[in-house]
Design a protein around this ligand. Structure first.
Ligand SMILES: [Zn+2]
Length: 403
């Protein structure tokens, strides 16, 4: 649906403009991005950014994560907990530090020893989409086994890491389990746990992906109904919530906005029916030195009540150092589409070509970004994006025309 078709939205915009006049220029930046802030919906892991879902820990400042290593009677572990902890840390904390521009620290607390489970690894029938009964038995046993060694009230995140060499452990089963009824331990509610069944070494960025769910980020891959088709048609390599093997895993600017790692002043809300020209700093570049503000990192065109186009610059630096191509990336955001249903869709500005076929998770989208001197009209939204130049400090000057 196009903007002009939405009476409710236009009313809301008029109200915002009115309050903006009263509030004065100091608040103008916030109100500008506020017009582009899609509302949060009841969809699982909705991409609405107007409010935070308090059921989830918000990754601001720091969070503490306990990592519990589970061994089983049917297998003598070949690895030490320390070796398994180093599969994930400090890499995962480093990833989030870079992604958040230093605003968020994930503090891991790996237990030094194995916690013995009471039953054989094979007894839980661990697998992707395993039965609720077996999974509940596993989780209850794990929390009970660890309870004497862990004060769960001290932690925001719980990682349960199974001995990768135990015969019943299936790496496809790694996921976040959200409880309908919270588990109670040490006077605290455990609402969810991350169950890790990875091999050693694990999939790249797998723990960061699962931790993204703990922060209410959705799956961006598309799960084919037969399990055999292509999973990565929606976002390809862009953003770790697509594939844990993606070449450019830095979270989308939209995700960073949702999490609070981009503030309102770093989001350029492009008014409908205008031509706007501005500079975007690369999403994965560190913040400017000396406490300077820098340019916006995300531009948004609101295209309807529940839809938006997002535009950001992707460089091969920081978390994206392995990116296949650099340029200005465009994607569609839908706040009412649930996790795994395609809430984000990357726009391929080079639909006839592919890139990095030997390393990309989805080569057709590996060359999706727009390069300097190129222009592309996103249909049916009728938004024209043009990359004018690169600035001396590495920014990308972009012109967007809508309506
Ligand atoms: Zn996932």
């Amino acid at each position: 649906m196009r903007l002009r078709g939405s009476a409710a939205l236009l009313t809301a915009l008029a109200a915002l403009v009115a309050t903006g006049l009263v509030a004065g220029p100091a608040a103008a930046g916030d109100r500008q991005s506020g017009r582009c802030a899609l509302p949060r919906t009841s969809a699982h892991h909705s991409l609405g950014v107007d409010t935070w879902n308090e059921d989830y820990p918000r990754p601001a400042r720091s969070l503490d994560a306990v990592m519990i290593f589970l061994s089983f009677p049917d297998s003598e572990p070949l690895l030490t907990p320390r070796e398994l902890a180093s599969d994930h840390f400090p890499a995962t904390s480093d990833f989030f530090r870079r992604a958040s521009y230093g605003k968020f620290a994930l503090r891991p607390h790996p237990l030094p020893g194995w916690v013995p489970m009471p039953a054989d690894s094979t007894s839980y029938a661990i697998q992707r989409d395993w039965s609720a009964e077996n999974r509940t038995a596993y989780l209850r046993d794990a929390v009970a086994a660890a309870d004497s060694r862990v004060d769960f009230s001290q932690y925001d995140i719980v990682y349960l890491v199974a001995d990768p060499d135990a015969p019943g452990v299936d790496s496809d089963a790694t996921k976040v389990v959200n409880f309908d009824t919270a588990l109670r331990a040490d006077g605290t509610d455990i609402r969810r746990v991350v169950t890790v069944f990875e091999k050693h070494p694990p999939d790249r960025h797998v723990l960061a992906h699962e931790t993204g769910h703990v922060f209410d980020l959705p799956d961006l891959y598309h799960r084919p109904s037969d399990g055999k088709g292509d999973w990565d048609t929606h976002v390809g390599d862009w953003d770790l919530m697509g594939s844990q093997f993606g070449l450019a895993p830095d979270p989308f600017g939209w995700h960073k906005w949702k999490l609070g790692w981009l503030d309102a002043g770093q989001v350029e809300c492009v008014p409908w029916g205008t031509t706007s020209r501005f500079t975007l700093d690369p999403l994965s570049a560190p913040p400017p030195a000396g406490g300077q503000r820098g340019n916006a990192r995300l531009a948004v065109v609101r295209t309807g009540e529940n839809t938006a186009l997002a535009v950001e610059a992707r460089d091969s630096t920081g978390n994206d150092r392995g990116a296949c191509s650099e340029g200005v990336l465009i994607y569609r955001v839908r706040n009412g589409t649930a996790s795994g249903g395609g809430p984000i869709e990357v726009v391929d500005t080079h639909p006839r070509t592919e890139a990095c076929w030997d390393s990309s998770v989805y080569p057709p989208l590996a060359d999706a970004p727009l390069g300097v001197g190129e222009r592309f009209t996103v249909a049916p939204e009728e938004a024209r994006v043009e990359v004018a130049e690169r600035t001396g400090s590495g920014g990308w000057t972009v012109q967007i025309t809508t309506g």
